[in-house]
Design a protein around this ligand. Sequence first.
Ligand SMILES: Cc1ncc(COP(=O)(O)O)c(C=O)c1O
Length: 369
Amino acid sequence: MIRIPLSYNSINTSALCSILEQYQGVHHNQIIQDFEDQLAKEVGAAYAVAVNSGTAAIHLALLVLGVKPNDLVIAPTFTYVATINPVFYVGANPVLIDSEQDTWNMHPELLEKALEELSNLKKLPKAIVIVHTYGTPASITEILKMADRFGVPVIEDAAESLGATYKGKSVGTFGKLGIFSFNNNKSVTGFGGGAIVTNNEELAKRVRFLASQARENFPYYEHQKVGFNYSMNPLAAAYSMSQLLDLKKFTNKRKDIFKHYRQLFPPDFSAQREFADVRSSRWLSTFLLPEGNDGVSVVSRLKEVGIETRPLWKPMHRQPLCCDCKAYLNGFSDDFFQRGICLPSGNDLDTKTQDEVFFSTIGLVVRGY
Ligand SMILES: Cc1ncc(COP(=O)(O)O)c(C=O)c1O
């Protein structure tokens, strides 16, 4: 039985009820609109569109950028499958890029190599999706420079990193579009949900249109394009709204959790690096175990004593799903998967419980498993 979950947040029933009370007698869609305004303001974007998952948000972002069957889309190999699945939904082919050793995110030089080669082949990708993994921002300046040089739009998959900043600005606001997730295990949750943010009015309008069954602006139901039922539900919007009010508190808490683990674990347990002007939200506290260790085995052994941890993402180029994808590799994502582990990081975790996680983990690493 799991005693110490990976990313549990207690349910704040009174915060939810107080939001719902405010909307008694008001059209339920108003809750969604107000959540969108709150989110846009919070991250400093002109527009936000709330949808029912981060995955749907990426799907819509690709569609409004005009990605079509057989197009190429560049994405990191070191990510959760939800970054890649929408590329397949639109019939496009992912081109996978390996990671930087420091941030674990997309390597700008490998991206450059891919763009140069694809440009020579006259097969430039229609979009680049970058991911700010586990709350730590990617090297946005370098990536945007490269994307601009080749004229390819960037989508920021910030599903895991609400609360993280890069040069003082929220992640998700640098690319043409950014996406967030409010699923169950995020520090700000709606028990499911996602959002797209953008500064481009036209793109925001198209996202909203496609997310609500592509209903044309007629006095009756007129449909000329295929649409999706991707809008966020009002209850998820209400809970997300109540939780977003505490974004700073939750982000600080997760940063403190990381700091405490960092103090406990010796330096040969390495973590994602924050460069100057970069603030990770430390959604999950993640570490690479010392050389020679096996993350998957440690995760299994910790489960036996009721501690829920997870291996780091198995890179996409190792997934049968992506066996036909072109990939630009340097070996780092393989190493992250081999040695990596996500530790319990929920909003309610206390330091005593963290100490127990530390002693159980270090015991396995030192004594063997
Ligand atoms: C990197 C990344 N992208 C996209 C998603 C998709 O979000 P959702 O679960 O809301 O569909 C997730 C989910 O956690 C994620 O980790």
